[in-house]
Design a protein around this ligand. Structure first.
Ligand code: ADP
Ligand code: ZN
Ligand code: ZN
Length: 720
């Protein structure tokens, strides 16, 4: 008697397929099992979603094809994982197959059963060899704030927002919370307990990885901590994934993609720097890993609560029951999480003090209206930096723009270094004498003369990190360190850290004291535990003060506060640490709250404005984006989609705005436009979007949309 397993497979985003496909099998298959199935003339990897014993309506045995192989060496993906995937697909308006298969390591698609069995055997051997040497776990003596936070966490049943100032020792809280989970024995027959720790950019946090390994490998074995991020080779990713899936790995450390890792014993999810925009995917299913982490913890907890419990339940408090917690940490939480805590949906735990009692840096505003014309760095700031150098302290200088200058221009005829493929300027990189488009990558040698009028005198306009590094080196040429040696200036941005290992080398140079001044983009502001930096300067952040994007102030405040957080982390030096901000608008209210390090006041005022405007988290948004060969086609597709939405359910609760071009409207010869969808109700927005999907598929082939390249829905977009 055959069975009719429903299988999900990777499907092109808009093929219209993407639901569950029916196959045939001689034996019943467990939901969550991995299989290989025929698709056209190919054979592809799939996940069994269901396995009915009766054929689906309208299908006969002859119309279905047989499952080609079952990867039965591998335990099936559990029901909680499938529920996470299903939710993500629905919520972010993508196909089940696309989300499910994207959540698996790519190399899994290429392996047959025998190859996979070999990998698993190799893994098991390695795990045996790396057996743990029992030993105590070390760690700091906890501060009072850390102890209090951990106690509160232990009793929390809601998601926890750890609002800990920079340098308050959040990492130690993550480590202790992890330790508590790992030391909890799972019920008999269950997978060993596991913890997922997410960081915004794993390449920027080798320190964190090292700390987890150092803390847990001695007691739990060398394979206990694995990473999952896009910088790994396919083989490494598969190895980490298998370790997590089989329970061999107890801690998975990763970037946003790790939220989908299969973790049968998951008991805690940590989201470090939870406000970071990189948790939101900008391609494929545009999911928020932070939001999915909260959902996942809830699903896991419900499953654990409903699971038959061996033996009598512990009588006292909820806290003793098995559950999966989620811990969101930040010194500058997202307004969404902050609002959830205001409402009592999340439990807010504050750690306002720095470990060791160090002070937060004092804010010094430099009014650029009163500086010598054209000066990159105000004389007062430069003097302050020199003073630091002379004492053997370090400075961090932040400029959020890489390259030498954002534009090269001819003053004779007005030519500018535009990109022929994008509506953007190409950036002048002086080191390799190129003009590079940061949007499409188009790169050319810098022309000797103006391509339009032949003028030899073409000049950079504006300033990037390369130029700032050059200027600072010149300005500090006579500055000396306490040992009499000249001051060393280095730069850290996406250009200097491209080569493998170069970031680590640069960080090491800073930690060892080989570098005195580090110039860099926002990359240097995040998370690092620098010990000898006592001055941080932001050179030009004004653009964000007046950006049309309603999240710009939130991002700027977070960036400046995080940057400030790199200074004075050593309590002994912290008293004199400073954060300098050069601005043309020193009266801007954002600086007043920044001066007080008063995030709660800033959040309250931003939230008030959002509430009045009906913006998230008080309203809900989605974007319909379209790429096309002409701007007219992109907008026509969007406007047609809006028109045809007239009769859809919930339409009266939805506001559809007219299609508009994106700020950078053309990239790589493709015109881009978007249409904003808004509602006061998340549920209404969700139901509307689901009903809209078939309309969007139909619009695609409408004559108005000729030239459309692709479209996508972005739910809870980060920028509009
Ligand atoms: P945050 O992530 O909150 O900015 P970190 O976790 O990086 O702060 O901690 C800042 C520094 O304080 C680190 O060098 C860490 O090793 C140290 N630290 C953390 N907790 C303690 C403690 N209880 N006692 C002493 N030092 C600590
Ligand atoms: Zn010219
Ligand atoms: Zn370009």
């Amino acid at each position: 008697m055959p069975f009719w397993p429903g299988v999900v497979i990777a499907t092109p985003a808009h093929s219209g397929v993407g639901g569950v496909l029916s196959y045939r099998s001689e034996s019943p298959l467990t939901p969550g099992a991995l299989v290989r199935v025929p698709l056209g003339s190919r054979e592809v990897l799939g996940v069994v979603w269901e396995c009915p014993a009766t054929p689906p309506q309208g299908l006969s045995e002859a119309q279905t094809r047989a499952v080609a192989a079952v990867l039965d060496g591998l335990p099936p993906l559990n029901g909680r994982w499938r529920q996470l995937v299903k939710f993500a697909a629905q919520y972010y308006q993508r196909s089940l197959g696309e989300v499910a298969l994207a959540a698996l390591p790519p190399q899994l698609r290429e392996l047959d059963g025998t190859q996979l069995a070999r990998r698993l055997k190799k893994r098991a051997k390695a795990a045996q060899a790396a057996a743990a040497t029992p030993g105590g776990l070390s760690g700091h003596d906890l501060s009072a704030e850390q102890t209090e936070a951990l106690n509160a966490l232990a009793g929390a049943s809601a998601p926890v927002l750890l609002f800990g100032t920079t340098g308050s020792g959040k990492t130690e809280v993550y480590l202790r919370a992890t330790q508590a989970v790992l030391e909890t024995a799972p019920p008999a027959g269950e997978a060993p307990t596991q913890v997922l720790v997410m960081v915004p950019e794993i390449n920027l946090t080798p320190q964190l990885e090292a700390r987890f390994r150092e803390r847990f490998e001695p007691a739990f074995g060398v394979g206990a901590v694995v990473s999952l991020h896009s910088g790994m080779t396919p083989a490494q990713r598969l190895a980490s994934w298998l370790a997590a899936h089989t329970g061999a790995a107890r801690i998975v450390l990763g970037t946003r993609m790790a939220v989908f890792a299969s973790l049968p014993g998951l008991r805690l999810i940590v989201v470090d720097e939870e406000h970071d925009p990189s948790y939101k995917s900008q391609e494929g299913a545009r999911y928020s890993a932070r939001d999915l982490a909260v959902y996942r913890a809830k699903v896991e907890s419900e499953a654990l609560a409903n699971a038959p419990h061996p033996g009598p339940l512990p009588p006292a408090g909820e806290g003793e029951r098995p559950r999966c917690q989620v811990l969101l940490g930040s010194a500058t939480p997202s307004l969404e999480s902050w609002h959830a805590a205001d409402q009592g949906r999340y439990l807010r735990l504050a750690m306002p003090g720095r470990v060791g009692g160090g002070a937060l840096p004092r804010l010094r505003l430099v009014d650029m209206n009163h500086q010598p014309k054209g000066a990159a760095i105000a004389p007062l700031l430069l003097a302050a930096m020199q003073q630091r150098m002379a004492r053997g302290e370090q400075c961090l200088v932040l400029l959020n723009r890489r390259g030498y200058a954002p534009v090269l221009a001819c003053h004779a005829c007005g030519w500018k270094s535009g990109c022929p493929h994008c509506s953007a300027y190409r950036v002048f990189h002086k080191l390799d004498r190129t003009l590079r488009c940061h949007h499409c990558g188009f790169t050319e040698r810098v022309p000797r003369a103006c391509p339009d009028c032949g003028n030899l005198d073409i000049a950079p306009v504006g300033r990037g990190t390369e130029q700032l590094e050059e200027q600072l080196s010149a300005l500090l040429a006579d500055a000396r360190r306490p040992d009499g040696a000249p001051v060393r200036v280095a730069r850290m941005d996406a250009d200097t850290t491209k080569a493998k290992g170069s970031l680590q080398a640069q960080l090491a140079a800073l930690h060892s004291g080989a570098v005195d001044v580090l110039v860099g983009t926002q990359m240097v502001a995040k998370g690092h535990d620098f010990r000898r930096i006592t001055l941080v300067a932001s050179i030009n952040a004004d653009a964000a003060l007046f950006a049309s994007d309603h999240r710009a102030p939130e991002r700027l405040f977070a960036l400046l506060m995080q940057a400030a957080g790199r200074a004075g982390r050593d309590a002994a030096q912290s008293g004199a640490s400073e954060m300098w901000v050069q601005t043309w608008h020193p009266q801007h209210p954002l600086f007043a709250t920044l001066k007080q390090h008063d995030f709660p006041a800033f959040a309250a005022s931003e939230l008030r404005e959002r509430e009045i405007a009906g913006m998230p988290p008080f309203g809900f948004q989605a974007l319909l984006r379209a790429d096309a060969r002409t701007q007219a086609a992109a907008q026509a597709f969007l406007n047609l989609a809006a028109e045809l939405a007239a009769d859809l359910p919930q339409r009266e609760q939805i506001t559809l705005y007219p299609a508009v071009p994106l700020t950078i409207q053309r990239v790589a010869q493709v015109e881009r436009a978007q249409l904003l969808v808004e509602s006061a109700s998340r549920g209404a927005l969700q139901r509307f979007l689901s009903a809209w999907q078939p309309v969007l598929h139909a619009c695609r082939s409408a004559p108005e949309a000729r030239g459309l390249v692709r479209w996508a829905v972005d739910v809870d977009p980060l920028s509009i």
